[in-house]
Design a protein around this ligand. Structure first.
Ligand SMILES: [Ca+2]
Ligand SMILES: [Ca+2]
Length: 79
C-alpha cells in the first residue's frame, strides 16, 4: 500500500479516465488523493499522463512534476 496522501512516483495511467477530445482514447483521469483533487492529463496519446495538476482544498492549482521528460533537471529533490 502506498502511504496515504502521497501520489505514486510512477506515471499516471489515464486508461481508465475520460476521453475529453473525442478521439476514442482516454486522456484525462480525475482522482482524489487525500483532500486534493488530482487531474492527470495525457497530452501525447501514450496513455500516461504528461501533466498532473493537484487542486487543494484552497482551490489553488499546483502542477506536479511527472516522470515523463519534462521534470526540471534542477529539481532539488536529490540533495
Ligand atoms: Ca482522447
Ligand atoms: Ca503521455
Amino acid at each position: 500500500m502506498d502511504e496515504p496522501g502521497r501520489v505514486p512516483d510512477e506515471a499516471f495511467d489515464v486508461g481508465t479516465g475520460f476521453d475529453t477530445d473525442g478521439d476514442g482514447r482516454p486522456d484525462t483521469l480525475v482522482t482524489v488523493d487525500g483532500i486534493d483533487l488530482v487531474v492527470a492529463i495525457d497530452i501525447d496519446g501514450d496513455r500516461f499522463a504528461d501533466q498532473v495538476l493537484r487542486i487543494g482544498p484552497d482551490a489553488v492549482v499546483r502542477e506536479q512534476a511527472v516522470d515523463g521528460g519534462f521534470v526540471d533537471p534542477d529539481d532539488p529533490g536529490d540533495q
